[in-house]
Design a binder for this molecule. Sequence first.
Ligand code: SF4
Length: 214
Amino acid sequence: MSDKITWPDAIQPLLEKYKDTPHPLNYGNLYQLVVMVILSAQDSDRNINNLAPKLFEAFPDMESLSRATPESLYPFISGVRNFGNKTRWLIELANKIKEDDKIPATLDDLTALPGIGRKSANVILRESGAPAEGVVVDLHVVRVAPRLGIATGSDPKKIEKQIMEVLPQKDWDAGMAMSFLGREICRPKPKCEICLMNFVCAYYREMVIKGNNN
Ligand code: SF4
């Protein structure tokens, strides 16, 4: 990790750019978000957005989902990766929570539910407006954060910890901002020339130095 960058300052343009960007999952309420976050693990947001309307027509709230059987859910989510486990998790979770307004509002309580890890819990807290207890680290952030130099390695938990150490809690939305950057600009093949973070980015500086030496 770079020791020259003051990340609480350097991250501000990124936070500013994406602060009002809606989450890529088109959810209508917190119940829908919880279900969609679980379904989207290892699948694409687009796929989940496409199947969501029919799913929520059949299961409009936590209570109706708690009465679902695997067979009644399969027609709606059989196109989702790992749908067998996800079906089980959704039914189990709905039976634990029972009502939409009992959806937990802390990281510990959310991660105690089946199918919800730290990343999903951080997303749910963020979207529900609860104070951040961690940083969203998804596949995009695992790519972007080490390129930027704000974290090292490829373990999401370790990347999250490093970001939490260098940024104050008020800036922990940097995870979601990096995720948006990763979707738009810092793709597997990054568009560094048009990236607003290239002034601090370790990957970009290395490329420029290499280019100058050629
Ligand atoms: S400058 Fe390039 S590598 Fe760095 S964050 Fe931007 S797009 Fe990614």
